[in-house]
Design a protein around this ligand. Structure first.
Ligand code: HPA
Length: 293
């Protein structure tokens, strides 16, 4: 065994989970969606649902966070077969990063080709407002700098290569599609694009940390998504990400603002419908031979 390797899942573990799911639903999803904090409404839009509680799915961890339902939902989103995680796993829940990202490999083995990830994030960019929706164009993987990358450990070539490229992690065609649809939907005033920085959490950032992250080029900060993106890209799925800016990061010692989870959930509720509309419209336009409708 490799030193320091934590609870990873083998290819066979992931296949067993995927096969268990495929045996219980006729839906063959090409798109996998991950709903962030307060954004689980997307899963409710699926028609002809077949839903599984995480606790019933072999190998799946449990979602412990308020605002994350903890269900995997299969169904049709505007006529397209999808699978939706209503709630995700985070490092701060105590899960090793390989558990946090297990669902991406299960998605791949279910036949998913495109992954759409959403999250709630704090806005570092001074031009951002609460309620902005940010198209993720890149990321900063802070836990990764410290060695906590989900691909650490033995590499199974059946998933992907040892050293995967990340300069093309966020699919540019999907970013353009989102920008175009955002214009059509009238989202011009609140649709942004930027760099998302992941931290371990669960404490929110200090003022000095926010200033540092902003200087490093991050536009938004959160506690999720990047690990999933890395694993999804490693196994060859296309990736698209959206951050809902639920609060503005405190950058100033005179500010009385304080980040809190209730605010995050509240903003999620207000903008969630618009974010869901953007995602569901995108899903109808994604063709899986790499062309758009
Ligand atoms: N920081 C980290 N994660 C977050 C924030 C934040 O300000 N808002 C929502 N998720």
């Amino acid at each position: 065994m490799f030193p320091g390797v934590t609870a990873g899942y083998t290819y066979e573990d992931c296949s067993a989970t995927a096969d268990w799911l495929l045996a219980q639903t006729a839906v063959r999803p090409l798109v996998g969606i991950v709903c962030g904090s307060g954004l689980g409404g997307l899963a409710d839009m699926l028609k002809d649902q077949v839903a599984f509680n995480y606790k019933d799915i072999p190998n799946f961890p449990q979602s412990t966070v308020h605002g994350h339902a903890g269900r995997l939902v299969f169904g049709m989103l505007k006529g397209r077969p999808c699978v939706c995680m209503q709630g995700r796993f985070h490092l701060y829940e105590g899960y090793p990063v390989q558990k946090v990202t297990l669902p991406m490999r299960v998605f791949k083995l279910l036949g998913v080709e495109t992954v759409i990830l959403t999250n709630a994030a704090g806005g570092l960019n001074q031009d951002y407002k609460v309620g902005d929706i940010m198209i993720m164009k890149d990321h900063l993987n802070m836990p990764g700098f410290a060695g906590n990358n989900p691909l650490v450990g033995p590499n199974d070539e059946r998933f992907g290569v040892r050293f995967p490229c990340m300069s093309d992690a966020y699919d540019r065609e999907l970013q353009q599609l989102a920008a175009d649809l955002g214009q059509e939907l009238g989202y011009r005033d609140f649709l942004r694009e930027g760099v998302y920085c992941v931290l371990g959490g669960p404490s929110f950032e200090t003022i000095a940390e926010c200033r540092m992250l902003s200087k490093l080029g991050a536009d938004a900060v959160g506690m999720s998504t990047v690990h999933e993106v890395i694993v999804a890209r490693h196994c060859g799925m296309r990736v698209f990400g959206l951050s809902l800016i639920t609060n503005l990061s405190v950058m100033d010692y005179d500010s009385a603002e304080k980040a809190n989870h209730e605010e995050v959930l509240q903003t999620g509720k207000q903008r969630a419908e618009q974010l869901e509309r953007l995602v569901s419209t995108m899903v109808t336009k994604i063709e899986h031979n790499n062309n758009f409708a």
